[in-house]
Ligand binder design. Sequence first.
Ligand SMILES: NC(=O)c1ccc[n+]([C@@H]2O[C@H](COP(=O)([O-])OP(=O)(O)OC[C@H]3O[C@@H](n4cnc5c(N)ncnc54)[C@H](O)[C@@H]3O)[C@@H](O)[C@H]2O)c1
Length: 447
Amino acid sequence: MESSVSPDYPVKTVAVVGLGKIGLPLAAQYASKGMRVIGCDVLAEVVESINAGLAHIHEEAGLEEAVAAAVAAGTLSATTDTTGAAKQAGVVVVIVPLIVAPDRSMDYRNIDAATRAVGRGLRRGTLVVCETTLPVGTTRQRLGPMLEKESGLKAGADFHLAFSPERLYAGRIFEDLRRYPKIVGGIDEASTKAAVDFYRSVLDAEVWAVENTETAEFAKLAETTYRDVNIALANQLALYAASREVNVNEAFKAANSQPYSHIHRPSLGVGGHCIPVYPHFLLRDATNGELSLVRDGRDTNDRMAEVGLQQLDRLLGGLQSRRVLVLGASYREDVKELAFSTVFPVVKLLHHAGAQVLVLDPLFRREELQALEAEVVDDVDTATSQPVDAIVVQAWHRDFRHLDWRRFKGLKAVLDGRGSVDPAAIRQAGAAYIAIGISETRAAAPK
Ligand SMILES: NC(=O)c1ccc[n+]([C@@H]2O[C@H](COP(=O)([O-])OP(=O)(O)OC[C@H]3O[C@@H](n4cnc5c(N)ncnc54)[C@H](O)[C@@H]3O)[C@@H](O)[C@H]2O)c1
């Protein structure tokens, strides 16, 4: 059926709700394509900073320049008044986090508050697109009714509603915006079309319509769950290989030379807001027996920190009173983010085993790592002021790449939690190299 929605507000004005690591680059991107962008955030300091032309996120290449240019050109401004921005906008893009607690329970407060604020300002003809990753069905069943209740309008009949997953990789967002197809699904055909038209006008990448919001929501959960299960498979294969004289890195490289094989890297654990979390968006309503592989994959990956530290424990003949340095607190390299980082179980398990734990991460200030309850060291000089028995590589930041391992006096072993370190450099420093699937017996004997 043909929708009766007809925009009576300028589609050239876009409100971006949530000016974080993803929302701010999106706002700058839309502004660079000739849109008038009103960025909305609940944090007054974020809004003030942007209105002064200063990006509050510094790790994204090109972002500071893009924000400064857009603010100077008058195409980007920011406000804490989401409702006021929605009143002026032809398109509203919502990209605020859905918080997932360590026990995996979901906290919808941000997304609900943002949706209600948009609803209060919603006008006939506006397109609302949610980009925050959501459990299947949320856009239609939760956000739609909220927007309707607050606005008194009817989704589909009076305004468009769509979901489009954000799949960017923080740190290279502008590059990914050009490369990754933009997946779009609306609550009806007209909503899908409105969202496709909008994204075609602001992105260079291909825009790809799917049947509905549920399909678009599920696509994001499927792609992240695939990666989690794949890593779990890599971990299980690596552990199997460990006791069988297999060089697992060579084996995976060889296997992946077959175009259909994409085995990921074994690791100490999977962190971040996405990969360890989104499988739970599926598992929460999976009925008996459904998605057992997903559940097993999650459990496997969650066990890896313990498995790796057991290897280290065996190699050192116990961790009691050992000085162990953890390199990198972030969940992965070159990003300042602690969410679900494996650093937490690593520090906890080391403490439990009686080790003295030091953590070094140049991306964080000392006070930002307080939650770790470990001795935070600011630099390699401090870390090497006393002998270190072992190093656990949790996040292999760019800053570590030229590390001279020989500076660590007394170093006996390096547990490479990311499969990123050159084993030869470790052995040259007289220490043993171990990793998931690289068994102690294959490493050089510790001096
Ligand atoms: N960070 C990533 O790598 C990544 C990758 C792909 C997808 N995503 C998706 O993007 C979402 C946002 O991620 P992020 O990294 O930008 O988060 P972030 O924490 O960096 O930023 C979120 C921003 O939203 C603001 N906010 C919270 N509630 C609000 C409200 N009610 N109204 C207005 N603003 C509000 C916060 O103040 C913050 O500035 C994630 O939840 C996820 O669904 C993130």
